[in-house]
Design a protein around this ligand. Sequence first.
Ligand code: PGA
Length: 245
Amino acid sequence: MRIIEAANYKEMSVKAAQLVIEKVRSSDCMTLGLATGGTPKGLYEELILDHRMNGTSYQCVTTFNLDEYIGLSKDDPNSYYQYMYTNFFSHIDIPLKNTHIPSGQAVDVQAECKRYDSQVKDSGGIDLQILGIGENGHIGFNEPGTSFSSGTHLVELTSSTREANARYFSSFDEVPRQAITMGISGIMKSKEILLLVSGVSKQDAMKKLFEGQVTEKFPASILNEHGNVTVIADTDALKLVKPSR
Ligand code: PGA
């Protein structure tokens, strides 16, 4: 894994944007894997700024998001569909038909999972996957214990994940208990991965990622076995990682 240290959240976002913009501009058409949460918001802001100032176009970009809450409609302000529309898609020139997010309202969730994996495959696979990491090491919503061979699947969210995300809801009880997430094997099939990490709350996760074992108990640890991962982390997140990294 290539580690790039950033002084702070802003610098992490700017460096990540440079990498993404370079990819988008140098390929005719590409498939981007996208993440939600607090971490990539600054990246999306930088991409929007660049789109406005430099005209980087997303007309030929296809996107696949990692996950969606079960039970929330596309119109729900807390759905990841709304997150992506509000924070990114509505500000750039990407055709909405090119954007894909698992449906949180599918009647047949298993069929939705299969459909999603097929769509990713039919698109030729993900060229660059943006990832965040949970305090418990989750990537996407793949919670500790998830099989490394998992495809897109239904997950029960852990209380630590629900607590971490409760800040967006009016109460903890409103945080959905389940989600659909791209699986670990789906994430690992991405040709390139960009993991963004910021803040002291991720210090332990960073230490485990770089110094721990590869184990399903810490899902992000599998990234050590991917040949093309760049981690952009800020100084706060890297404080517990030994300088020898
Ligand atoms: P965060 O979430 O960016 O809101 O910290 C990251 C994640 O849970 O993957």
